[in-house]
Design a protein around this ligand. Sequence first.
Ligand SMILES: NC(=O)c1ccc[n+]([C@@H]2O[C@H](COP(=O)([O-])OP(=O)(O)OC[C@H]3O[C@@H](n4cnc5c(N)ncnc54)[C@H](OP(=O)(O)O)[C@@H]3O)[C@@H](O)[C@H]2O)c1
Length: 267
Amino acid sequence: MADLMTGKWTLITGASSGFGEEFARQIAARGGHVLLTARSLDKLEALARELGGRGGVQARALRGDLAAEGGAAALVRAVDATGLAITHVINNAGFGSAGPFNDLPAEREAEMVRVNCEALTVISRHFLPQLCARGEGGIIHLASVASFQPTPYMATYAATKAFVLSLSLALAEESRRSGVKVMALCPGPVATGFQSAAGIGAIAGPMKMAAITSAETVSRALDAYAAGHEICVPGAVNKAITLGTSLLPRTLLARVAGSVMRLGGRR
Ligand SMILES: NC(=O)c1ccc[n+]([C@@H]2O[C@H](COP(=O)([O-])OP(=O)(O)OC[C@H]3O[C@@H](n4cnc5c(N)ncnc54)[C@H](OP(=O)(O)O)[C@@H]3O)[C@@H](O)[C@H]2O)c1
């Protein structure tokens, strides 16, 4: 299927697993070229070998650690050094943690803010002006259903995703007249490497009702992005949850979210 990504380069952060890997596969299947980045260079190179060459698709891999001091700035310099014209950016790299805030290691929480918020901001700030000047392309930011509500026992994670959603909607408005798309993708729980990185078990309890696959999530996201949507919440249960969050006072939302997290065994 030819679409706006066909023949264009897309930079994908966090492309070594989960949604990032799935984005790479589906964009390559649509004839797009992919520049893959994460820390696990071996996995990226294997994926680039697998996707490159099919139907003229080009795929390249670049290592980058977005939790490192200056890691995002180093990555954008490395991307610029490739000389590739990046037309789409998928700011997907991220991770979570779970447990009582008071017990979680402070350095890991700070790293999460660096990867989920700071790096995403630095990367968008680098590419968005170029895209606006060219009047094409855009950025997908990985937010979450957690963007819509304070989430006890995943407090920092949900706060980082609230930042991503807010930034994304503001940038979508700022970019609207230039023809550049900015979309926040807000998945609910999906089985990826996320659960083990966050130190949580398989998706269980009430959260299972909202679960859809990584492939479905990415396919709906790419269609929504092509259609010019500013937010994509894949799945009917996830849509209902985010609608519900707009109806309740935020203090009550935090209580409800805390109860769901306890029921789901997150605490
Ligand atoms: N799965 C879910 O339930 C869910 C729901 C809503 C939103 N999300 C969001 O979706 C995004 C992708 O997560 P996922 O679910 O696909 O999890 P995943 O399978 O664990 O993928 C996370 C990706 O981020 C990369 N990453 C982590 N730390 C990094 C660092 N310091 N520097 C560079 N890259 C780093 C990882 O690569 P390396 O380890 O190789 O660096 C990996 O490619 C995240 O932003 C997450 O918050 C996930």
